[in-house]
Design a protein around this ligand. Structure first.
Ligand code: HAM
Length: 431
């Protein structure tokens, strides 16, 4: 027996009703990004595996356990479906010398791939909107990124998303902290799990992102990176906090926030909600001043964030903000060959006038066509039968108003339909 074909586990179809939500979300996103001066960039879904190994770090969950990597049979290249967008954006900026004369504010949207255990809010193909501010060194940019997020939550009508903030300082500060951390973890080696024991030697900071409850007391007692920051890093962090205070954005400092990717320094943050169960982080980001150099480019400071679209849409739905398919403005029903010919050209005439028009296809009685017109949610049915063809007219039947149908000459059709649509819209709300 042939196996029933299904989507790959953890990868979802987004069906038309759900896609309405995505479209509405994407519209809000585009307006929001435009307001902050961001420009769109689109990178390939596949990159050389070495890019992610070098950018995200060899000893991270993503690189160790979650990447969809394979060898291309045709030419032996080692490729990976992108697990995130920052590495690709930096690679593209380097490759095309985008920072040659000025810094850049860039954004992207699209699918990312991580081989995680699927559960609600966690998928193997998921989608992010990401923002990367390339070439900006100051805390003003870190603060702007956070102010921007806060505005988006308002634009989307979302409350209860809380900001957690930390600073990872500079490399020498992290090295000093690392030494103290390793000494501490060695003393408590018995309490570490398998990953913890291995990471103690390879990347001890990663021991702190363990989700294993048995490790929490070790993690809680560990030396804090924040205590190792020098004046310059502290001043950067203070400036970010001050701007947030001025903007009235609440935050909590979380000294354990280390993020799951190695490229960060100084400011790191996550926006978290408790309305989504275990997968409550809707957005994460921070500064990554070393990344350009790390992947072989000229050094350039940068900061950014990415948000999980599925998680945000879940919150939007919980808030009761549902985008419905608006339906066409007009559904054209017709009967007979001459009427069909006229219907085709009337449909184009309406579309010329920016009126969304569905032309009935597939034949059937007037009655069954009218049923389809009704369920299409169109505001108006335009009816074309033999009588109309003979008279050079069409019938305009409002479907959502208590007003009678009308025969109008073709030349008056668009304005007649426009008037009905206008009246049908009064009192209706989109999301
Ligand atoms: P990240 O924290 O790995 O950061 O991912 C950002 C967001 O993507 C998460 O907060 C979450 O909302 C969503 N996300 C991650 N994994 C999944 C999953 N398996 N299923 C559903 N949603 C998920 C980054 O990716 C960095 N590139 C962010 C960044 C940009 N940093 C600087 N610039």
């Amino acid at each position: 027996m042939t196996q029933k074909l299904q989507a790959v586990r953890g990868m979802n179809d987004i069906l038309p009703d759900a896609a309405e939500q995505w479209l509405a979300f994407e519209e809000t996103i585009r307006t929001w990004l435009h307001r902050y001066g961001y420009r769109n960039i689109r990178m390939p879904l596949l990159e050389h595996t070495s890019l992610f190994r070098r950018a995200i770090g060899e000893v991270t969950d993503i690189v160790e356990k979650e990447m969809y990597s394979f060898v291309d049979d045709l030419n032996g290249e080692h490729l990976t479906l992108r697990p995130e967008g920052t590495a690709s954006t930096v690679r593209a900026a380097m490759e095309h010398n985008l920072l040659y004369d000025a810094p850049r504010r860039l954004w992207y949207i699209g699918p990312m791939f991580r081989h995680e255990r699927p559960q609600k809010g966690r998928y193997r193909q998921f989608h992010q909107v990401g923002v990367e501010a390339l070439g900006y060194a100051g805390p003003d940019m870190d603060a702007e990124l956070l102010v921007m997020c806060a505005r988006l939550w308002r634009d989307l009508g979302l409350s209860d998303i809380k900001l957690r903030l930390n600073s990872l300082g500079s490399l020498p500060e992290r090295m000093a902290h690392r030494e103290a951390l390793v000494a501490y973890l060695r003393e408590r080696r018995d309490e570490l799990d398998g990953d913890g024991t291995r990471r103690l030697e390879t990347n001890p900071l990663r021991v702190l992102d363990s989700k294993n409850p048995a490790m929490q007391s070790v993690i809680d007692g560990a030396p804090r990176l924040l205590d190792f920051l020098g004046d310059v890093s502290l001043a950067h962090f203070d400036a970010v906090k001050r701007t947030l205070d001025d903007a009235g954005i609440a935050y909590s400092i979380d000294p354990r926030l280390v993020r799951g990717l190695d490229y960060y320094n100084l400011t790191v943050f996550e926006w978290v909600t408790d309305r989504l169960g275990a997968q409550g982080t809707v957005c994460g980001g921070g500064r990554y001043d070393g990344l350009f150099e790390q992947i072989g480019g000229k050094p350039a400071p940068a900061a950014g964030f990415a948000m999980g679209i599925e998680r945000l849409l879940d919150l939007i739905e919980q808030a009761g903000r549902v985008a419905k398919h608006p339906g066409p403005d007009v559904y054209i029903v017709h009967q007979g060959d001459a009427a069909q010919k006229l219907a085709f050209s009337v449909a184009e005439q309406l579309r010329d006038a920016a009126i969304a028009t569905t032309l009935h296809c597939g034949g059937g009685s007037f009655k069954s066509q009218m049923k389809k017109a009704d369920s299409s949610r169109a505001a108006v049915a335009v009816i074309i039968g033999e009588d109309e063809v003979a008279a050079g007219e069409v019938t305009v039947k409002p479907l959502r108003l208590d007003t009678p149908q009308q025969r109008v000459p073709r030349a008056a059709l668009a304005s007649s339909v426009g008037a009905v649509i206008g009246r049908s819209m009064i009192g209706q709300h989109s999301i």
